[in-house]
Design a protein around this ligand. Structure first.
Ligand SMILES: Nc1ncnc2c1ncn2[C@@H]1O[C@H](COP(=O)(O)OP(=O)(O)OP(=O)(O)O)[C@@H](O)[C@H]1O
Ligand SMILES: [Mg+2]
Length: 503
């Protein structure tokens, strides 16, 4: 066994009424990829944050290089070579990629880069095999690209321990493979990685050791070679579970009038979009990251102004469409970025859920708090939120539970058209199954659903129809019932190549 770098003995951590960790032991060895798995709220991020000095444990002992540590914070951790890539990204959106990468590192002061950083940046880029523009403002990047910037930031700090909290939640299969190659390279250099993930296949592929968490307690630590997907799920949930998709919805007859029709709709970021959504239909959008799926969603949701073409909702052409109008008429979007576009972190789950739909809970502008509470609680229960207390601030929820609150926020208003952009991002395997059922139930009730997910499998399994997207426009329609994931990928890449060749 190689040497232990970080050891936690009986670590506990409490937030208000929540015991996030309860007597957890963890040993992180040199040159080890150590995965943490567990349900939403199991304590993985809390454990990672303790390792990286963002939280100090309430009790228990922490040893770094065998030496007990009494004072522990991010600066001390960084000095000891330990950094974290947080689940909720922490980049400064006004600064460029390069500035963010070196922010707080020795080669920058207040965002002013020292000489030679451009070369260092290039070297890092090569090491990571990422494709990023150093001068691009981070605010203009997709979540997936921001995740890459965070990874580069950790590399720039020459960390010997990197805690990666769900690093692949917005990456495509190809990008995940790239990241795994990078992780193996870091392991070769005897660095250690804590790898938190809900993607159990990825865990088995890259980890040496797996620690399974449940309700703040460590269930077991074992070599990854001894675990299987089902043994991990069993450990996480305390029961067996195989995620199955609900039966595919029957296709909706073409004679049924569509809820929503787009004819050549164009915005700043999407062009010439034509599609229809009928009641009870789940329409999938399939494309690679950056293909323009979210931009199409934003046009429909009124988030980006429509500059050309026509959008017809319930038989009437809409004009000067914006999010307020969209929401008021029952067209809602669950956005990809739950912080920037979704949740108010300082407000309770209940308030977040009812914020968008005050009308539903109010008579003549007076909110009925009883109805508000009942509606919110019903959804929290349906989504098995943990803890199920809707009075808690959203900011204190674990990542996956925030995602559930975000879904709840938009479903409570009983919308007519729902756009779901990455609805299962960061959600555990049990909750995923619930969300799939919820999506199918929406359609069953006659809601029109537009579904975007980088987990192509989800789109293929749930959609009644699906369009392929590339270069900001719809390039084709596929039959989700007959196309497999590997065929789809081949198709998407060839579409992209063709577009690239003709552009
Ligand atoms: N800052 C905080 N304030 C209040 N409660 C918190 C805070 N951070 C975590 N918790 C609570 O501690 C518990 C563990 O949360 P943690 O974020 O570690 O879970 P997780 O395993 O990372 O879950 P996920 O898979 O959803 O990211 C949860 O019940 C969460 O609500
Ligand atoms: Mg977490």
């Amino acid at each position: 066994m190689s040497t232990a770098i970080v050891e936690l003995l009986g670590a506990s951590k409490r937030f208000g009424g929540t015991q996030a960790l309860n007597g957890v032991d963890l040993t992180l060895r040199k040159g080890e990829v150590h995965a943490l798995v567990g349900e939403n709220g199991a304590g993985k991020s809390t454990l990672g944050k303790i390792v990286a000095g963002l939280y100090a444990p309430d009790s228990g002992e922490l040893r770094v290089d065998g030496v007990p540590v009494s004072r522990w914070d991010p600066i001390r951790a960084q000095r000891a070579g330990i950094v974290m890539i947080a689940q909720e990204l922490s980049l400064v959106s006004q600064l460029t990629v390069e500035q963010n990468v070196f922010l707080g590192a020795e080669s920058s002061r207040l965002g002013v880069l020292k000489r030679g950083t451009t070369d260092r940046f290039r070297a890092l880029l090569e090491l990571a095999e990422f494709d990023l523009d150093p001068k691009a403002p981070v605010g203009t990047l997709s979540i997936a690209q921001q995740q890459k910037v965070e990874i580069m930031r950790a590399l720039a700090r020459k960390a010997r321990v990197i805690v990666m909290d769900e690093p692949t939640s917005s990456l495509t299969a190809h990008e995940t493979a790239q990241l795994h190659t990078l992780i193996r390279g870091l392991r070769e250099q005897n660095r250690s990685i804590v790898y938190v993930s809900h993607f159990l296949d990825a865990v088995l592929e890259v980890a040496d050791t797996v620690t399974i968490m449940r309700d703040g307690v460590r269930v077991r630590t074992a070599p990854a070679a001894q675990e299987t997907k089902s043994s991990m799920v069993e450990g996480m949930l305390g029961r067996e579970l195989s995620v199955t998709f609900p039966p595919r919805r029957p296709s909706v007859n073409e004679s049924v009038p569509p809820l929503l029709t787009l004819e050549g709709v164009t915005t700043a970021a999407a062009h010439d979009i034509s599609l229809q959504i009928r009641p009870g239909e789940i329409v999938g959008l399939l494309g690679l990251v950056g293909s323009g799926r979210s931009e199409i969603a934003r046009a429909i949701a009124g988030a980006d102004p429509i500059t050309g073409g026509r959008m017809i909702y319930r038989g009437t052409e809409v004009s000067r469409w914006n999010t307020r109008k969209a929401i008021a008429s029952g067209v809602v979007m669950v956005p990809e970025d739950r912080h920037a576009q979704g949740l108010v972190l300082e407000r309770s789950v209940k308030e977040n859920i009812s914020l968008a739909f005050l009308d539903r809970f109010s008579t003549l502008g007076v909110i009925s708090s009883r109805r508000e509470r009942a509606g919110a609680q019903e959804l929290a229960d349906a989504l098995s939120m943990r803890p199920p207390r809707i009075g808690l601030d959203v900011g204190g929820l674990s990542g996956g539970n925030q995602q559930k609150a975000l879904l709840g926020k938009w479903l409570v208003g009983e919308p007519d058209v729902v756009i779901l952009d990455e609805p299962t991002r960061g959600v555990d395997i049990g909750a995923k199954a619930t969300i799939y059922r919820l999506i199918a139930d929406l359609a069953e009730r006659g809601v029109g659903v537009l579904l975007i997910s980088s987990e192509h499998e989800e789109v293929l399994a749930l959609s009644t129809r699906a369009h392929t997207v590339s270069g900001g426009t719809i390039v084709g329609e596929i039959d989700p019932a007959t196309l497999g994931v590997s065929d789809l990928l081949a198709h998407l890449f060839s579409v992209d190549l063709t577009i690239g060749a003709t552009a």
